[in-house]
Design a binder for this molecule. Structure first.
Ligand SMILES: Nc1nc2c(ncn2[C@@H]2O[C@H](COP(=O)(O)OP(=O)(O)OP(=O)(O)O)[C@@H](O)[C@H]2O)c(=O)[nH]1
Ligand SMILES: [Zn+2]
Length: 295
């Protein structure tokens, strides 16, 4: 019996597939993980014991750097937010919800404007560049910008998010031919179909790096805003940072308060008004959350 370290690529029916230096090993979890919230998830870094027959047991899980609940993936290095200025046009509020979650959970963010063959998305480009994000312009259709994006995925674990129809699946297919995602349905996903039976999996890229293959994962867990307390929300908007201690009143919510340095910066064009509007809407939605609601 020997011990190895690795991380979980996928889990099906009680089996976990652990990527180690000596290949992918099929493992079961030790009993102690089975019931509790300690259950292994995709992305977990684990220590396994390999049996004589080549299968293994997960013995321990390293503390997680971060974790998404839906889909259940841990240790994500970066979140790739796919948006588009061509139909279906992405609302900045959706992008800002997801960037806020990512910032709060300590994931890097890449903003990717797809469908540049139709619309180059200057407005989105300006907003997110000004806010301090890396922004890529791509077209899954023509291949423009895909190489540069692929480079940014090398050596990291990434997950893709974006509104339905924005071209996530098309983009994954363009990034690596290992992906054979079905594309093209802008119809509702309520019928039984491709999204009901899929499970998440980390797919290893030709160029190194892993992508959580998350089709139809459009709403993300943005619905519940993954529960950022209202006092923390201001830190999830990175461009607010230089102004945070400059408001007239301590405990300023930066929504309508007089003497608010954030609002001032918005007036002066230093913070995009769309970003501040998203902040205000999110603030309103998390206003009444209590700490005990955070899991
Ligand atoms: N013109 C153009 N069309 C694109 C591009 N990328 C995707 N599309 C089209 O947009 C439609 C939706 O693409 P998908 O890849 O299925 O979008 P998705 O984000 O995976 O959608 P969901 O699975 O619903 O979340 C398809 O008809 C694609 O052919 C692009 O860069 N340019
Ligand atoms: Zn303020």
């Amino acid at each position: 019996m020997k011990q190895e370290n690795g991380f979980i690529l996928k889990g099906i029916g009680g089996f976990y597939y652990v990527r180690t230096d000596s290949g992918v090993i099929e493992c079961k979890a030790r009993g102690k993980f089975r019931k509790s919230s300690q259950k292994p998830v995709i992305g977990d870094r684990v220590m396994i014991e390999v049996q004589d027959d080549g299968t293994g047991y997960i013995m321990s899980i390293e503390p997680r750097k971060n974790r998404l609940i839906r889909p259940a993936v841990s240790n994500i290095d970066q979140l790739v937010i796919v948006c588009s200025a061509a139909p279906p046009v992405t609302e900045t509020l959706l992008i800002d919800k997801v960037t806020a979650i990512a910032e709060h959970k300590g994931m890097d963010v890449l903003i990717v404007i797809n469908k540049c063959d139709i619309n180059r998305g200057d407005h989105l480009y300006d907003i997110y560049t000004q806010a301090g994000f890396q922004v890529f312009r791509v077209s899954a259709q023509t291949g423009e910008g895909v190489g540069a994006l692929r480079e940014q995925l090398t050596g990291k674990i990434s997950a893709f998010a974006g509104n339905s129809g924005v071209g996530k699946s098309s983009l994954l297919n363009a990034i690596d031919e290992k992906f054979q995602m079905e594309t093209g349905s802008i119809s509702p996903k309520t019928e039984r179909g491709r999204h009901t039976t899929r499970h998440v999996e980390l797919v290893e890229l030709e160029t190194g790096g892993f992508i959580a293959d998350t089709p139809g994962f459009s709403a993300f867990d943005a619905e519940r805003m993954d529960l950022i307390l209202k006092d923390d929300l201001q830190y999830a908007f990175r461009e607010f940072e230089p102004y945070l201690n400059q408001c007239r009143f301590t405990g300023c919510a930066h929504v309508k308060e007089k003497g608010c340095a954030i609002r001032q910066a918005v007036e002066e064009g230093k913070i995009a008004k769309e970003r501040h509007e998203s902040y205000c809407q999110l603030y309103e939605s998390v206003r009444n959350l209590k700490e005990w609601e955070l899991k």
